[in-house]
Design a protein around this ligand. Structure first.
Ligand code: NDP
Ligand code: 2IT
Length: 444
């Protein structure tokens, strides 16, 4: 059996009931096959792949907290420190009832390659909990965050592991987490990113993932003879990534006609009203059913369906496996020219394959959504030098980083005779740097 197939089988055997982790490993290793086969002897001898698919360290802990009625609840907290070859562990904290160890491992594994692609010195990690912030009072969210950080603070630090936001973890949660870290450790340091602007946060971090997604999409389109201007754009999700993707898409001359949440989706033929969307989601924390109150001409549909709308560009910005083979077929039948993943692993393996074989320009999440973590790394730099950069400075660095990521994956794909296959390109470009750093540091 080839080394790649052996490791895929090993991961499935050693990590039972973790389908998302298996999927992430499979996608990466399958596309690295050419590189691994060319170096099989050396890599096998060094057990390189065994080291890459095994987290350096993982924590699972009890998170007890008290609700507004005095009832005690117990959630499970996780932090997976996957790979520190190129820098301190870096990656978000997901707060969602679906969180389990396998999901955190898939996200942490993706993060290694994504962070490598940014060109910045950050290793890969991820954490979170099955706590659901939805419907909780601010005091309940604070109680949870304080309890979570009381345990997490033992394992993180500005030079060891720097968490940030992800699904369910936004500015409010980061604030409570930071306060508790500072209180316990007695240190004011850049231990988290996505902080508020009054206490060490960076301008552009809020917008970064969505903006970065559009910067990379723009470059990918440009290099393939297209432009965002005048294009109809389908977006899923209505959280941090989706909102700022929609905003930048509109600024670049595109027309965003959909957004969604876990209950349903909105179709606004005249273009999504970003101001209304922000008020619903960021201020009032309401469901998308309220959108009609702002835009009576829009349609609200229960359940799935965003990908059945006719559009030129699709930007999945909600969650993993939200776009399956049927969705991919519908998009291609409707003439989609590009898909760029704002979320982590939103397309199933079959959907991705379908896009690639139908010559749809496809930017995988680890490249397309790297603007968030890249700007987190810029926040770390600013914290280290105790300075704050202007919006324009950070935004211009973000644009450069996203353009560079596109060219790194494009160039790696060409080098391995897979021109236009950005899945292969992104994985190879990310992998090469990690391997070089791991080799230089010996067997650790
Ligand atoms: P938010 O919590 O701000 O928003 C998440 C959005 O996705 C909401 O609209 C939510 O709907 C929807 N969603 C979540 N889970 C599901 C589900 N199971 N089914 C359908 N819809 C769902 O998170 P973000 O915008 O920050 O994250 C979105 C994606 O982007 C995730 O995959 C995340 O890992 C990724 N990402 C985030 C980065 C960041 O900087 N924030 C950086 C890079 C990637 P509802 O409100 O109904 O739950
Ligand atoms: O998936 C991701 O890259 C994030 N959630 C952002 C991580 C970070 O450290 O900013």
């Amino acid at each position: 059996m080839s080394y790649v197939d052996e490791i895929i089988a090993l991961v499935e055997k050693q990590n039972p009931a973790e389908p998302e982790f298996h999927q992430a490993v499979k996608e990466v290793l399958e596309s690295l096959r050419v590189v691994i086969e060319a170096n099989e002897q050396v890599y096998r001898k060094d057990a390189l792949l065994e080291r890459i698919v095994n987290p350096e360290r993982q924590f699972k802990f009890r998170v007890p907290w008290v609700d507004d009625n005095g009832q005690v609840h117990v959630n499970t907290g996780y932090r997976v420190q996957f790979n520190s070859a190129i820098g301190p562990y870096k990656g978000g904290l997901r707060l969602h009832p679906s969180v389990n160890l396998g999901i955190i491992k898939f996200l942490g594994f993706e993060q290694i390659f994504k962070n490598s692609l940014t060109g910045l010195p950050i290793g890969g990690g991820k954490g979170g909990s099955d706590f659901d912030p939805k419907g909780k009072s601010d005091r309940e969210v604070m109680a949870f965050c304080q309890s979570f950080m009381t345990e997490l603070c033992k394992y993180i630090g500005a030079d060891t592991d720097v968490p940030a936001g992800d699904i369910g973890t936004g500015a409010r949660e980061i604030g409570y987490l930071f306060g508790q870290y500072k209180r316990i450790k007695g240190v004011y340091e850049g231990v988290l990113t996505g902080k508020g602007l009054t206490y060490g946060g960076s301008l552009v971090r809020t917008e970064a993932t969505g903006y970065g997604l559009l910067y990379l999409t723009k470059e990918m389109l440009k290099c393939n003879g297209h432009d965002i201007k005048g294009k109809t754009i389908l977006i899923s999700g209505s959280g941090n990534v989706a909102i700022y993707a929609a905003q930048k898409a509109k600024e670049l001359g595109g027309k965003v006609v959909t957004v969604s949440d876990s209950n349903g989706w909105v179709y606004d033929p005249e273009g999504i009203d970003i101001k209304a969307l922000k008020e619903i989601k960021e201020v009032k924390r309401e469901r998308l059913t309220s959108y009609k109150n702002y835009r009576p001409q829009s349609e609200y549909h229960e359940g799935k369906g965003v990908w059945t709308v006719k559009g030129d560009i699709a930007l999945p910005c909600a969650t993993q496996n939200e776009l399956d083979l049927e969705d991919a077929k519908a998009l291609v039948a409707n003439g989609v020219i590009a898909v760029a993943e704002g979320a982590n692993m939103p397309s199933t393996l079959e959907a991705t394959q379908y896009f690639l074989t139908h010559k749809v320009l496809f930017a995988p999440g680890k490249a397309a959504n790297a603007g968030g973590v890249a700007t987190s790394a810029l926040e770390m730099s600013q914290n280290s030098e105790r300075l704050s950069w202007t919006f324009q400075e950070v935004d211009s660095k973000l644009q450069h980083i996203m353009v560079n990521i596109f060219h790194s994956m494009d160039e790696a794909a060409k080098r391995y005779n897979a021109e236009g296959n950005y899945v292969v390109g992104a994985n190879i470009a990310g992998f090469e740097k990690i391997v070089e750093a791991m080799n230089a540091q010996g067997i650790v």
